[in-house]
Design a protein around this ligand. Structure first.
Ligand code: GSH
Length: 220
């Protein structure tokens, strides 16, 4: 069974947990918390020198990190990754958009607002807010003409963008003006095998990097 390193409320980790659930692939999770600085621990850096989650280790010892790379590897040959080059390129276009124009604004403001105390980051939050609202407007316009991001069906591009868009309000982004996004969020939620961000999906009790069991948040 593959091992997924990460923490439950991480949107980047959730992308991988959601696809694993929809593919019916079991995993065990090791709790690596950004808040506890676990990502900087030598024990974790020995596994992934980049020091970021999600990180996956397969049964044969191979390690893969970067949520988009993990999604692509797991989705290859399944209905979540299209067969033709043009829709493949569309999936990748939106996944790269997510990593450069969406996540750095929306996920970072969620982190700053939910997990850090008041400090001098106001100008950063405001700049991210402008960037994030632009990304949401781009997405909403696309969804006015298309049902999905990558092609004519739900794909890993939708999973990648869903992860932080559906909790954008936690970063101070009001989705009320974006009716197309709100409709798409509902369509993503209704896909078979969908799991919630806060839903524990580990097939085994979650342990920390020292192998000590940790309690995780109840399903919500
Ligand atoms: N591009 C990476 C971003 C991963 C990322 O930023 N993960 C955060 C948690 S959501 C993390 O590990 N932060 C720990 C740190 O920066 O020390 C991906 O998509 O996997």
């Amino acid at each position: 069974m593959l091992t997924l390193y990460g923490f439950l409320r991480s949107g980047n980790v959730y992308k991988v947990r959601l696809l694993l659930a929809q593919l019916g692939i079991p995993h065990r999770r090791v709790e690596v918390s950004q808040l506890a600085d676990d990502t900087a621990r030598p024990a974790f850096r020995a596994i992934n020198p980049i020091g970021k989650v999600p990180t996956v280790v397969f049964d044969d010892g191979r390690m893969l990190s970067e949520s988009g790379a993990i999604l692509h590897y797991l989705a290859a040959g399944t209905r979540f990754w299209p067969a033709d080059p043009w829709p493949q390129a569309q999936v990748l276009r939106w996944m790269f958009f997510e990593q450069y124009s969406h996540e750095p604004a929306i996920a970072v403001n969620r982190f700053l607002r939910v997990y850090t105390g008041p400090d001098d980051r106001t100008s950063q939050i405001e700049a991210n807010h402008r960037r994030g609202m632009h990304a949401l407007a781009v997405m909403d316009a696309h969804l006015g003409r298309h049902d999905w991001f990558g092609g004519d069906r739900y794909s890993i591009a939708d999973i990648a963008l869903y992860a932080y868009t559906h909790v954008a309000d936690e970063g101070g982004f009001d989705l009320a003006p974006f009716g197309n996004i709100r409709r798409w969020l509902g369509h993503v939620r209704s896909q078979p095998g969908h799991v919630l961000l806060t839903q524990e999906t580990s097939a085994e009790p979650v342990v920390d990097l020292d192998g000590v069991p940790v309690s995780t948040a109840p399903a919500a």
